[in-house]
Design a protein around this ligand. Structure first.
Ligand code: C2E
Ligand code: MG
Ligand code: MG
Length: 558
């Protein structure tokens, strides 16, 4: 489109000019033929009339051409200046982020490439990349809306500009092949949605990167005011310096973002200088992701089942399904080592629906093989990405139908932070799940953040008290009081409570005395394989072994 418009307009301009020339020639011929001025010319001149006419036509044509050239030249100069403006605008769009007007990823990488080259040529030259991600921006945007999310980004970018050297960043748009930058400037860029990057040019010492990181965190400390709300915004920062001897800009970025990921896991001083051990960690992470992508097809994923016990009669009430990965060369891998990566990469969606299908299918088979009243339940964990899938409820419905599983025996578990990511959606989704007949539990309660008034509006059936309370209440009376308050809150809201992480008979007695109806933990049983569950269920009414173990250790104490 950009190409056809100028071509079309120059065609019409040529046609207009040609028509003009013809009209002027015709007019001059007419003048030469009919005006009396020529009649009054001398007899001699009449002999050479054709010469006079030719001269008049020539003069007129020359004047026309001069007029046309002048007007064309003016048009051309306007076009050139318009063209330059357009070029500037194109460069501006191509190299800048439209929201913050900061340089974007493309510009940043082009500058970083120049710095990498310079560092290879000059021994005395060093640079650093400070890479940062805004913590929980997605959660904030999802809750407050995209517009307010954009306002936060704008405010952050202003504070970041105040954290770098005064004369940065500058773009000179004189070079058609790309922008050039004055040497000695830092570049602050919006790298992607919630990521910013700073290129520190010509630093004196690698610790300059740390100084900038600390300055950024100081500048972000004052509360942000967004839509009349005050909020605390933090960033996680990774730093990579040229001393590591880079040969490509992408490698610097890879290391700075690996350092940033490490910083993210820290509670305080959330910045981290890259060190080579992180490179090994990044390579391992890539390998883990590659292997995890194949795991389901290769049949390496397994479901383990941890019993959930009624504290009232010591009988088995159901299981929690917990994923395991039989990874070749690594043994049985626990979910903590791969679920976060699966969540980050989106692999959790297919893995999660595999898990749900397996667990439902297995429980239906056990219902048929080991009938009991009431039926045993199965709890399945849902992480944030899974829970936020738009078609989640249809998917659950379809899996229940395919596996012929009774919806009332399924318990969907998710944490407080998942529930709070999108409060409205969570409420809607839980109502839809309830309409299917499925139960829902809030997992690890007390470790995340949630609003109690909001919690009361969710259709929840079970609250799972995090094992932190169970282990800490023995030594802390305060914790015991909090646990008691949580249990009573849950009962007032019509929920049952499952105490997690029961490891001793004292803990089992303690949570029972606080009013907990159900419990799970190593005291009763560790998560077990399908074969072990079948042996347990086959041994008698709701696991006779289990009950005798309970009798010996727990029931007699009460
Ligand atoms: P969770 O849902 O809170 O599961 C309970 C975790 O506590 C399990 O760890 C279980 O083995 C452990 N546990 C149970 N009793 C005790 C005890 O007495 N002492 C101690 N120290 N630990 C106990 P696991 O199997 O490693 O799972 C960890 C987390 O991984 C789960 O926490 C859950 O959040 C997640 N997870 C497990 N399976 C899945 C899954 O299929 N999908 C998703 N999205 N997440 C899963
Ligand atoms: Mg759970
Ligand atoms: Mg839990």
């Amino acid at each position: 489109m950009v190409m056809t418009t100028p071509r079309t307009s120059s065609f019409w301009r040529n046609v207009r000019e040609l028509t003009g020339i013809l009209a002027i020639s015709a007019a001059s011929w007419f003048l030469a033929e009919h005006l009396s001025v020529f009649e009054r010319l001398s007899e001699e001149a009449r002999k050479f009339r054709w010469l006079g006419e030719a001269m008049v036509v020539g003069v007129v044509l020359t004047v026309c051409l001069v007029i046309l050239s002048v007007s064309r030249w003016r048009g051309l100069s306007i076009e050139i200046s318009n063209g330059l403006k357009l070029q500037d605008r194109l460069i501006q769009t191509a190299y800048h982020d439209s929201l913050t007007q900061l340089p974007n990823r493309i510009f940043f990488m082009s500058q970083l490439t120049q710095c990498v080259k310079r560092a290879k040529q000059r021994q005395d030259y060093e640079f650093a990349v400070v890479f940062m991600e805004v913590d929980h921006l997605k959660i904030v945007s999802d809750n407050l809306g995209q517009l307010l999310g954009d306002q936060i980004i704008m405010q952050i970018s202003e504070r970041l500009i105040g954290s770098i050297r005064r004369d940065a960043p500058t773009l000179h748009l004189t070079d058609v092949s790309g922008p050039v930058r004055k040497a000695g400037n830092d570049v602050l860029a919006r790298y992607s949605g919630d990521e910013f990057a700073i290129l520190l040019d010509d630093i004196r010492d690698p610790s300059d990167g740390i100084r900038v990181a600390e300055r950024i965190q100081r500048n972000l400390l004052p509360l942000f005011l967004v839509d009349e709300r005050e909020m605390q915004i933090t960033v996680s920062i990774g730093i990579a310096v040229s001393a590591s001897g880079y040969s490509a800009a992408e490698d610097v970025l890879r290391d700075a973002s690996a350092a940033m990921r490490r910083a993210r896991t820290r509670d305080e001083s959330r910045y981290q200088m890259f060190d080579p051990t992180m490179h090994a960690a990044a390579v391992n992470r890539l390998k883990l992701e590659y292997d995890l992508r194949q795991a389901e097809d290769r049949g390496e994923l397994l479901v383990y089942y941890q019993p959930i016990v009624s504290l009232h009669d010591g009988l088995l009430s159901g299981f929690e399904a917990l994923i395991r990965w039989q990874r070749p060369g690594f043994g049985l891998v626990a979910p903590g080592q791969f679920i976060p990566l699966a969540e980050e990469t989106g692999l959790i969606v297919p893995i999660g629906s595999w898990m749900l299908r397996e667990a439902c299918n297995q429980m239906h088979v056990w219902h048929l093989r080991f009938p009991s009243k009431p039926e045993l339940t199965i709890a399945v964990n849902f992480s944030a990405k899974q829970f936020m899938q738009p078609n989640l409820v249809n998917q659950v419905d379809q899996i229940l139908r395919e596996t012929h599983m009774d919806p009332g025996s399924l318990n969907v578990e998710f944490t407080e932070s998942v529930a709070m990511q999108d409060a409205e959606q969570t409420a809607l989704r839980l109502n839809e799940l309830k309409a299917l007949g499925v139960h829902s539990s809030i997992d690890d309660f007390g470790t995340g953040y949630s609003s109690l008034s909001y919690l009361s509006r969710l259709s929840l059936d079970i609250l799972k008290l995090d094992r932190y309370f169970v282990s800490a209440m023995e030594s802390s009376n305060e914790t015991r009081k909090i646990a008691r308050a949580i249990i009573s809150l849950a009962h007032n809201l019509g929920m049952d409570v499952v105490a997690e992480g029961i490891e001793t008979v004292e803990q089992a007695n303690e949570v029972r005395s606080l009013g907990c109806k159900y419990a799970q933990g190593y005291f009763f049983s560790k998560p077990m394989s399908q074969a072990r569950v079948e042996a347990l269920l086959g041994s008698g009414v709701r696991g006779a072994d289990f009950k005798s173990h309970m009798k010996a250790k727990f029931m007699q104490d009460s």
